[in-house]
Design a protein around this ligand. Structure first.
Ligand code: FES
Length: 56
């Protein structure tokens, strides 16, 4: 599903970014642009990052 509509980023892409070493919203923002426009996706993106970090 799309998490960041401004940059068309999906939850799968965010999970992949964590798998590739991103450990924070700032990292994912740098890699994918998540949260760098309207900012409405940051809460959801943070939750996905945290969940993925807990799994890995
Ligand atoms: Fe992610 Fe707007 S939805 S920056």
């Amino acid at each position: 599903m799309y998490v960041c509509l401004c940059h068309a980023v999906t939850d799968t892409q965010i999970k992949e970014a964590v798998s590739q070493g991103d450990i924070s919203l700032a990292d994912v923002k740098k890699r994918l642009g998540v949260g760098s426009q309207c900012g409405k996706c940051t809460r959801m993106a943070s939750q996905i990052i945290q969940r993925q970090l807990d799994i890995e």
